[in-house]
Ligand binder design. Structure first.
Ligand code: MN
Length: 197
């Protein structure tokens, strides 16, 4: 059972003008696809072949001799999760259970938005900003390169890719503008609620 590239949960032109079809052609069609190709090559013929992504990530995390496998597996998982975290007409304040959790654990939506954006701005170089559940309590965190909260015992609820390939075609060096567009116009809170449940 090979690791596969899942279909995008929206049309490639559906996120414009916040994320363009051209960005998705590269980000999904080239970058995400390459991580899928790489992980399948790396695990072929090993005891990890046939394992699911989460098992591969957890069994190789922190093992320097398995860094290539971890990085490609985590990038496949992170990207699939990222596509699910966004939708056309999303963003803004949430409804459902996550709204109450953000109020009680993070001080409300405005503070969430400020802290989540700040996590993306302050991630030096490539990486990811996250909303996670740490034993039931919401936290905002960030990871470097391919690293993922799955490798640290945390439950991911929402992520924002801050690698330059996620925004450079649309925003060039203006990472904060991409982060604002993501938070205000793209977050799929229905998916976040489904992960919280
Ligand atoms: Mn990416």
């Amino acid at each position: 059972m090979a690791i596969t590239l899942p279909d995008l949960p929206f049309k490639k032109n559906a996120l414009a003008p916040h994320i363009s079809e051209q960005t998705l052609d590269f980000h999904y069609g080239k970058h995400h696809n390459a991580y899928v190709t790489n992980i399948n090559k790396l695990i072929e013929g090993t005891d990890l072949a046939g394992k699911d992504l989460e098992s591969i990530i957890k069994s190789t995390a922190g093992n320097a001799s398995k860094a290539g496998i971890f990085n490609n597996a985590a990038q496949v998982w992170n990207h699939t999760f990222y596509w699910n975290c966004i939708k056309p007409g999303g963003g803004g304040a949430p409804s459902g259970a996550i709204a109450g959790k953000i109020d009680s654990d993070l001080g409300g939506y405005d503070k969430f938005a400020e802290q989540f954006k700040n996590a993306g701005i302050t991630q030096f170089g490539s990486g990811w900003a996250w909303l996670v559940s740490n034993k039931g309590k919401l936290e905002i965190t960030k990871t470097l390169n391919a690293d993922t909260p799955l490798a640290h015992g945390l439950k991911p609820l929402l992520t924002m890719d801050v690698w330059e390939h996620a925004y450079y075609l649309d925003y060039q060096n203006r990472r904060p503008d991409y982060l604002s567009a993501f938070i205000e116009n793209l977050i799929n809170w229905d998916f976040v609620n489904s992960q919280l449940a």
